[in-house]
Write a protein that binds this ligand. Structure first.
Ligand code: AMP
Length: 301
């Protein structure tokens, strides 16, 4: 499956919207033959991800390969279909594009936008924690992506560093819509997501709505600045308890402005959580925005 030479991204290439759109707009049905496969980018629970190049256009993308057998074995076909349906309709600079999909007898392939700087999780663990300038930039971008989703009545429900990728220009790309749902009318009470990022209403198995993403954004803000999530405990039960009580201790080195945003997002009552639309005007963001790289600051203004 491997061929040499497809892993290099020619600079300026991926930013070409025409080429990107040709991947999406082309009526032709893709097969593996259409791609040169480059280096393996990573391995997830359900399959491997390779850097790939569309032979016709030269466009570099990520190809996620999953075994049908596994999707069936783990009973995730439905979740997987929903993920494809949701993600392929999203267009936002901070949401990973899904250009298309195809399959052969045994595998399903997703054609994804290539996130050149890889996983946020790895970058965070390597750095330990982010400074205010970097963290505020990321949080503002994630807030913009969430606001876009919520406007489309989609809740992500699984926001965590493992589900964030970083693009070639250092921009955040929200990915993994496996747990996300459309919320036409009803509120939901299914338990899902990862423990550390669950809000009180979910650990208490109550109904929840799109405000769960605001809570997770608060957890993420804390984790970016501190290096670990705020309610982390060795035992699940203890984590649940701390979440339910909002037992929040913010270390002294976190700035007053950042602490204020964290507290305003980590509110027990969902309706009291700080609204996404106001995040760009929050003092923490306003104070740090002038220090962001020019390209990022412009994109968000
Ligand atoms: P996943 O199965 O989506 O969790 O992906 C497994 C790993 O592959 C991730 O942790 C990333 O390191 C890498 N990866 C997945 N998607 C992409 C992408 N679009 N661009 C670059 N790397 C990716």
């Amino acid at each position: 499956m491997h061929k040499q030479g497809a892993s290099q991204v020619p600079s300026g290439f991926v930013s070409s919207h025409d080429v990107a759109n040709s991947l999406q707009a082309s009526p032709r049905q893709y097969t593996l033959e259409n791609f040169e496969i480059g280096k393996k980018l990573g391995k997830g629970k359900f399959g491997k991800v390779y850097c790939a190049r569309d032979k016709a256009t030269g466009y570099v993308c990520a190809l996620k390969v999953m075994e049908k057998k596994e999707l069936i074995h783990y009973k995730v076909e439905k979740q997987f279909r929903r993920e494809i349906e949701i993600q392929s309709n999203l267009r936002h600079p901070n949401i990973l594009r899904l250009y298309g999909h195809f399959h052969d007898a045994s595998r399903v392939f997703l054609i994804l936008e290539y996130a050149g700087q890889g996983e946020m999780f790895k970058v965070l663990r390597k750095k330990g924690r982010f400074d205010d300038v970097l963290a505020s930039q990321y949080i503002c971008q994630i807030a913009a992506a969430l606001a876009y989703l919520h406007k489309k009545h989609i809740i992500h429900r699984d926001l965590k560093p493992e589900n964030l990728l970083i693009g070639l220009d250092g921009e955040v790309k929200l990915s993994d819509f496996g747990w996300s749902v459309h919320t036409p009318t009803s509120r939901r009470n299914t338990m899902c997501g990862t423990l550390d990022y669950l809000p009180p209403e979910m650990v208490e198995a109550k109904d929840h709505d799109n405000k769960v993403d605001l809570w997770a954004l608060g957890v993420l803000t804390y984790e970016f600045l501190v290096g670990s999530p705020p309610f982390e405990e060795p035992a699940h039960k203890a984590t649940y308890k701390r979440i339910s009580k909002v037992d929040l201790k913010i270390p002294g080195f976190v700035s007053v402005e950042a602490s204020d945003l964290i507290r305003k997002l980590l509110q027990h009552k969902p309706e009291k959580r700080f609204p996404l639309e106001q995040i760009p005007e929050h003092p923490w963001i306003m104070k740090n925005r002038p220090l962001w790289p020019k390209s990022q600051a412009e994109k968000l203004h």
